[in-house]
Design a protein around this ligand. Structure first.
Ligand code: FDA
Length: 415
């Protein structure tokens, strides 16, 4: 016997749950399927367990996509204030950690609970531990079923009668199918390529993917001097791919992390260098060094650096770059060299930690295939894509969840 629903949502993550609840309130019968044993695993992990659930300063400029205009309509129609109103209605206390970045004052669990409660109130059912193997009798490959088989024109034609999904638990049918299976980041949290493979089976283009918001690994020469500073952080300005972010950098045993590195990682390409300004707040360190030389001629560069960095970092920078001897022995030219290195240190990452630790996946379903108003595939009526599976990626700071909420809300209006 086939179970019938108006809407089936694949993926009980941020976008899927939001869409399911919104569609349920509109009177649709809704089923959410997830192959994982728990819903919303990334929500639980996010923001260090406190979920940075939105950013009040959300604008399209904070998103990367082959089509930078695609995200505008949905973001306009469902703003951070809409989600904040929902969160406050459920009594979730929140804090603004950095300008615009809203986190739970308690735990990420509260955001997941808001979504599950909304699904419950809206009559949307969430079913876990369920993998889809076939759509309209055609196998769909991905994390749960081998390699992709390419576009299947007969599959597109069959979608006119809706979507028949085969699972181990039986057959399901929906008039509308919403794909909210997310990106590839952190496979241990349930991530996989199913959404991309399904899109390809329907003849939709999937753009190349890569890990974003991810720590860098270092070449052996840089690792040799930086690894001993594991745990040390400093406010820097980092630049790659033409984008600059002033945020903390964190040195780890494996490489360089912290918000500054995560942000630029999304704009970095293998082989590129990353530039680091260790003193972003100091416009003219050469002048500051000359002044220090006049005031404390017997002091060394290391002592001067301690005014800006932890003792360990100051000592290691001075040692590594060979900044020895009292300031009074340093020529103006030498002080200018030191200043230039501090303002523009460059390193060539060995790579990134990849999907294992990345917060997001860049690339994904080509937005040209989907309406920016309804999120319905232009070539396949009834098939919708929302959230991170699309080629829309936010910067660090709550933007990715805002995209999940906004795209889900827009799609739900059109179901
Ligand atoms: P999401 O990944 O949330 O959900 C996809 C769902 O689909 C999962 O439940 C998965 O199990 C399911 N699924 C996958 N394949 C399937 C299949 N074949 N069959 C059935 N189900 C399937 N963003 C932010 O704005 N603020 C933050 O604080 C953070 N913090 C953060 C920390 C960490 C560690 C990570 C990894 C990521 C973040 N993010 C974030 C990013 C944010 O979590 C992410 O952008 C959203 O969760 C994307 O929402 P989606 O619903 O699109 O995918």
């Amino acid at each position: 016997m086939t179970e019938r629903y108006d809407v089936i949502v694949l993926g009980a993550g941020a976008a899927g749950l939001m869409c399911a609840a919104t569609a349920g309130y509109q009177g649709h019968s809704v089923l959410v399927l997830d192959h994982a044993n728990k819903p919303g695993k990334k929500i639980l992990m996010s923001g260090g367990g406190r979920c940075n659930f939105t950013n009040l300063n959300t604008t399209p400029a904070h998103f990367t996509s082959a089509n930078p205009h695609f995200c505008k309509s949905a973001l306009n129609r469902y703003s951070p204030w809409h989600f904040l109103e929902l969160v406050e209605r459920h009594g979730v206390e929140h804090v603004e950690k950095a300008p615009g970045q809203l986190f739970c004052a308690g735990s990420s669990k509260e955001i997941l609970q808001v979504l599950l409660t909304e699904c419950d109130w809206a009559g949307a059912e969430v079913r876990l531990n369920t993998s889809v193997t076939h759509v309209n009798d055609r196998p769909v490959a991905g994390a749960d079923g081998g390699e992709g088989q390419g576009a299947d024109p007969a599959l597109v034609a069959s979608a006119a009668d809706g979507f028949r999904l085969r699972t181990a638990g039986g057959e399901l049918h929906a008039r509308r199918l919403v794909v909210a299976t997310g990106g590839l980041s952190i496979p241990t949290l349930g991530a996989g390529p199913f959404g991309y493979r399904l899109a390809e089976r329907f003849g939709l283009t999937v753009l190349p993917t890569r890990a974003g918001l991810v720590p860098f690994t270092l070449q052996p020469a840089d690792k040799a001097w930086l690894a001993e500073l594991a745990g040390v952080s400093a406010e820097v300005a980092a630049e790659a791919g033409g984008r600059r972010f002033q945020e903390p950098l964190l040195i780890t045993h494996r490489g360089l992390s912290g918000p500054a590195m995560l942000q630029v990682s999304s704009f970095w390409r293998p082989g590129d260098e990353v530039a680091v300004d260790w003193l972003p707040a100091l416009a003219d360190p050469a002048a500051a060094l000359r002044q220090a030389r006049a005031e404390q001629p017997a002091a060394g560069v290391e002592k001067w650096l301690r005014g800006f960095f932890s003792q360990r970092l100051a000592a290691t920078l001075a040692e590594h770059f060979g900044w020895r001897g009292p300031l009074q022995h340093q020529s103006n030219e030498r002080l200018a060299q030191i200043a230039a290195l501090l303002k523009g240190w460059r390193f060539k990452p060995a790579g990134t930690e990849g999907y294992r630790t990345a917060e997001v996946t860049l690339g994904g379903l080509d937005t040209d295939a989907v309406s920016s108003k309804t999120f319905e595939a232009k070539a396949v009526p009834g098939l919708f894509f929302i959230g991170e599976v699309l080629d829309v990626t936010g910067e660090l700071g709550g933007f990715n969840f805002q995209w999940a909420w906004a795209s889900a809300h827009a799609a739900a209006q059109a179901l």
